[in-house]
Design a protein around this ligand. Sequence first.
Ligand SMILES: [Zn+2]
Length: 580
Amino acid sequence: MRYLLFPVLLIFLWSCETKKEAKTGNFSTHFENTKGAETATYLQVIDFYIRIAKEFPQVNIQTIGETDSGRPLHLVTLNPESDFNFQKIRQEKLVIFINNGIHPGESDGIDASMMLFRDYATGKIELPENTVIVTIPVYNVGGALNRNSSSRANQEGPASYGFRGNAKNYDLNRDFIKNDSKNAKTFAQIFQLVKPDIFIDTHVSNGADYQYTLTHLFSQHDKMAAPLGRYLDKQWRPGIEKTLEASGEAITPYVNVYNRPPDNGFSQFMDHPRYSTGYTSLWNTLGLMIETHMLKPYKDRVAATYLMLKTIIEYSASESTTIKELRNKAFEEQLQLKNYPIRWELDTTRNRMLEFRGYQADTLESQITGLPRLKYNREKPFTKQLPYRDHYIASDSVSIPKAYLVPRSWDNVKEKLDLNNVTYTVLQRDTTMTVASYRITDYKTGTSAYEGHYPHFDTRTESRIITRTFGEGDLLIPTAQPAMRYLMETLEPTAVDSFFNWNFFDTVLQRKEGFSSYVFEDAAIELLEENPELAADFREKQQSDQEFAANPYAQLEWIYERSPNYEAAHLQYPIYRLLK
Ligand SMILES: [Zn+2]
């Protein structure tokens, strides 16, 4: 028997070896087959992952939800233990979620992720055993199908690629709160299913020229839960930077300048919740966007993205316990918060020096305009210390109510709450409560179309305590839940990306009734006679405001607005705050 065992074992080992080689060989990507000149088409990407999932039991591909293109989204998961139940996985492992092709013209992450998943699946590189990786291979399906070779005007390859706008021409990286696209609605469902510890969104930057292939755009740490944000700033980001540098690839923060060289320094981009990482950080998920540099060759950009993804995965795996603990702590501690910061301003007093590898910026005379133009001189690279500002300070905050009350008629709000796994109770009978009520006292509106909206900004409110009867079917939403930050950012009208600012409640901004001056004159006299205080205020305004004194309609309007005829719904914010 002994004699026989050796040849059998050898044959077995030999066949394993050839099978492994064959497996790797069969799964070359379109990017590799074209020597880095081309990115895979949408169908090639999906076909690739289906083939990988068929061959390797540790890879799972599933379709979820809809996109505006009419096609579903795909979710690919790689777990060496072949368990794809997220509820279970996240108890045991670090879950890292990579989103690709939100801007399909910026395809680097699409190709890099295909190779990365393949290499982990085949064992070419080893996925840390405490880690599971998940990807949406192509998020903007409609944009990816709308392939062209011209819309990325300043980008060095690939030969052709998808378009930034989705099937309805939305920029999906502005849609994480307003959810106009089916893609964003499905993303919310996927995010709530996966609940990742870490989120990565892959992009290619526009803007200045410099030596780096890679830049990073980490979620703004000051606006995250304190211990988690501090960890991101002091440990996680520097750890990833150092590990990457040790592998021979330098990285710099996203060079946040427009039409000027970065020579005098720059500041961190503020990722409000409309953006991917701004949204995912509302659930205390550590996150960043990878932004490769448009002017570097495609092949190098994909290789750098691959290395960056691998570095984040491996470094984070080594920090898994700390990350899990800090995230849990963030969810616990947010239950104790009394106030929530609602507006942020760059802290211009705090700089840190950044060693920056740039190119000399020359000012030449433009042959087109005859005016000065900027030109980077790649023959003159430099390394110098630049001031970099990455601290923001809260310039305004609101108290966190015990609960919000949303009348059932606002089903556009309810839909978003459901997508985001928000828990609430539905009132079973009419209930009278003492609540804080907002009146919109001021707001400005953009004058050009932005992502299907004319959003409001600089919104101001005044609050008063009222007693109001809420009806059966209205929603009572406690803030003591994992979605607390999401609730504050969307339901507080003064928050930058509030539902109010995204035009959800524009009907309350318009008055539905009015008055005829000649009729209201008599009622106005009576009203002033009955209210001496109002009459005194009116005379005072008449005397102090010449324009007002010369405008009879404005004067009647002033009285009308203070009369019982004036409609309560006008400028009344329709969501209420239960304070205790
Ligand atoms: Zn982008």
